[in-house]
Structures are given as structure tokens and as C-alpha cells.
Design a protein around this ligand. Structure first.
Ligand SMILES: *Cc1c(COP(=O)(O)O)cnc(C)c1O
Length: 231
């Protein structure tokens, strides 16, 4: 595996995208999406200095959390069922995929139980695709206002999974729309809500996402190689 080379290449591309858009490199956090990949590979990436890893399955997240260094920041990026919330709160630093008030309520209850604060992002279905989870863009403000009432949840921003497209430029309008939505919401000054995080951009489109304001990019394939779901 060429993990180190892959990471260097991604780092250069992130820096270039920041430069093109007049942003500072520190404004963008790289989340290495390690789903389906073994702990040994994560350790190798960890040794290059990466501390943020993304997982989309609760079971896998728990196992890797147990096995790997405790200074890793785990990001839950996959669809989350309410009955699995107990294994995520207190383990994941940030839950990117909150897409219903019932889920937010369950996270809040678990966070209360553990006497902690759960940091969350609202997942937005920015391109209104039938196949995607996420709140519709026009419903996000009301959602945020409701979610802000939960005492043990802190809304930190928005997340989206853009459409799978051949040319990443096709997603520019979606990234730009998510950023605009986040600016509009922060203008509302909802208590207990911050819109500092914009989690958008993956292997195929992270440079465009950074140019449009992403503060977190979630990159799997370009670091770890193709995933094999058959094994
Ligand atoms: C798998 C996944 C990614 C990473 O996708 P790549 O195309 O491999 O970079 C990012 N975000 C989410 C929510 C994912 O499930």
C-alpha cells in the first residue's frame, strides 16, 4: 500500500485548493474515512500524524475505538439508528449524520445519561436525491431551532453527501448552496447553535468542496484505496 504517498498527494491537493480560494490550510480538517479498512492500516495513517478518522458503522467504530490509540478523534459519518446511539455518544467526537429529530432526541437522552455534550452536524440532502438521507434544505432552519432545545446536544454545522458525478464541477452548485444555507442559519443567531463546520467533499470532489468553503473533507478511497465490500 502507498498510504504515505497517497496522503502526501492529498495534502498537496488540499493546500492547492486552499491557495486557489484564498483560504488557510488550518481551516480545513482532513477526515480519513477508514470504513471497511483494518486497524493496521489506520495505525499506519495515524503514524503520519492524522488524528481524525471517519466510520459509518457503529459496530466497526466501537471495535476500532477499543483497539486503537485514544487520542484519535472518531467521526460518525454514516446513517445512524436510534437503538445504536448508546455506542456512539461518548465515543465519536462528532456525529455528522443527524437527519431526524427523533434521532437527535435519542442522542440527547444518551448524552444526558452519560453527563456529556454530544456534538452533531445536521445532514442535508442538498441535491434532493431520493436515494439519500438528510433534511431537505428548506427544512433545515426549523430543524436547527428544534434541535437547539436539547440541553445536551450542540449543533456545530452542516454535512452533505453530494451526488456521485463524473465531473466534480457539477457539484459546485450544491457545495455553494450548503455554504449559503449555513450562512443564512448563522444569521438567525439561534441559541446553542454554531455553524462553524461544513462537512462536504469526498475523494471525487473534495477540491471543489474546499473552494466552496468546506471545513471538513471526508476522504476514503484516495487514502486507503478501493473498498472491498465482498469480504
Ligand atoms: C464512504 C464515505 C466517504 C468517503 O468516500 P470516498 O469516496 O471513498 O472518499 C465520505 N463520506 C461518507 C458519508 C461516506 O460514507
Amino acid at each position: 500500500m502507498m498510504l504515505k504517498e497517497n496522503l502526501e498527494d492529498i495534502e498537496n491537493r488540499i493546500c492547492d485548493a486552499c491557495r486557489r480560494s484564498g483560504r488557510k490550510r488550518e481551516e480545513v480538517t482532513l477526515i480519513a474515512v477508514s470504513k471497511t479498512k483494518p486497524a493496521e492500516m489506520i495505525e499506519e495513517v495515524y503514524c503520519t500524524g492524522i488524528r481524525c478518522f471517519g466510520e459509518n458503522k457503529v459496530q466497526e467504530l466501537s471495535e476500532k475505538y477499543e483497539k486503537l490509540p485514544k487520542d484519535i478523534h472518531w467521526h460518525m459519518i454514516g446513517h445512524l439508528q436510534r437503538n445504536k446511539v448508546k455506542n456512539v455518544v461518548g465515543i465519536a467526537d462528532l456525529i455528522h449524520s443527524v437527519d431526524s429529530l427523533r434521532l437527535a432526541e435519542a442522542i440527547n437522552r444518551e448524552a444526558q445519561k452519560k453527563e456529556t455534550n454530544a456534538k452533531i452536524l445536521i445532514e442535508v440532502n442538498i441535491a434532493k436525491e431520493d436515494s439519500k438521507f438528510g433534511i431537505m434544505p428548506e427544512e433545515v432552519l426549523d430543524f436547527v431551532k428544534e434541535a437547539s432545545k436539547f440541553s445536551n446536544i450542540q449543533v456545530q454545522g452542516l454535512m452533505t453527501i453530494a451526488p456521485f458525478v463524473a465531473n466534480p464541477e457539477e457539484n459546485r452548485k450544491h457545495f455553494s448552496a450548503l455554504r449559503k444555507l449555513s450562512v443564512d442559519i448563522s444569521r438567525e443567531k439561534v441559541n446553542n447553535v454554531c455553524m462553524g463546520v461544513l462537512s462536504m467533499g469526498m475523494t471525487n470532489d473534495f477540491e471543489v468542496a474546499i473552494e466552496e468553503g468546506a471545513t471538513m473533507v471526508r476522504i476514503g478511497t484516495a487514502i486507503f484505496g478501493e473498498r472491498n465490500y465482498a469480504v
